[in-house]
Design a protein around this ligand. Sequence first.
Ligand SMILES: O=c1ccn([C@@H]2O[C@H](COP(=O)(O)O)[C@@H](O)[C@H]2O)c(=O)[nH]1
Length: 233
Amino acid sequence: MIKTGLILALDTKDPKQAEEWARIADATGQMIKIGMEFTYACGFDAVCRLAMGRQIFLDLKLHDIPNTVASAIASLAPVKPAMLTIHTMGGKDMIKAARQSIDMHFQDSQKPILLGVTVLTSMDQDNLNSIGISKTPLEQVLLLGKMAIEAGVDGLVCSPLEVEYLRRHLGDQVPLVVPGIRLPDAVADDQQRVMTPLQARKAGASWVVVGRPITKASHPEHIAQMIVQQLQG
Ligand SMILES: O=c1ccn([C@@H]2O[C@H](COP(=O)(O)O)[C@@H](O)[C@H]2O)c(=O)[nH]1
């Protein structure tokens, strides 16, 4: 069975709050995810401070023309992220440019895992149809995933609902990073394609990404520990 890790999403504009949550991740030995909210509100220096001595997943979901994405990735090299996201909907030329930029600007030992976001976990069939895509989320994730791997990503971001299907088609080696995680009987918020941590682990997720179920809990550290125990089985 694939070993599944927990990544804690630090979605806040407050550097003190982010540091507090990061310490929960430190205590349970988990990686932290820094996204657009923290980066835009607190700036690049704050991201670097939070990253010091930690493995970070920098989830900026880059999506632009190839030259701009490649240049943005070069600018991120000082942060030394362990993982980095781009949108697969940017297409194969953008993905190839991202790959080349990582290979050019990061030392071999510091190269981040380049992750391609497939179909956002907040999107259901209706949302896909509204942007002119008639494929099911499952079909669309596989189509984008195959194309992105061929163009140079190391792994994919998908919902837990697609993990088993992707494993069948892509094998066990591709890192699958999986948000859309909710505790049993909890509200899904804006997420549409969700599973529990245990279900995602059984499906074959490499990492589950969890934000609000931990950060909005009255005792975040207890929930983080409980999820880690469930993942370790
Ligand atoms: O398809 C995606 C891609 C990224 N995310 C990010 O994961 C976390 C999930 O947070 P929750 O509070 O657990 O819903 C968040 O930072 C998103 O930006 C995603 O949810 N779906």
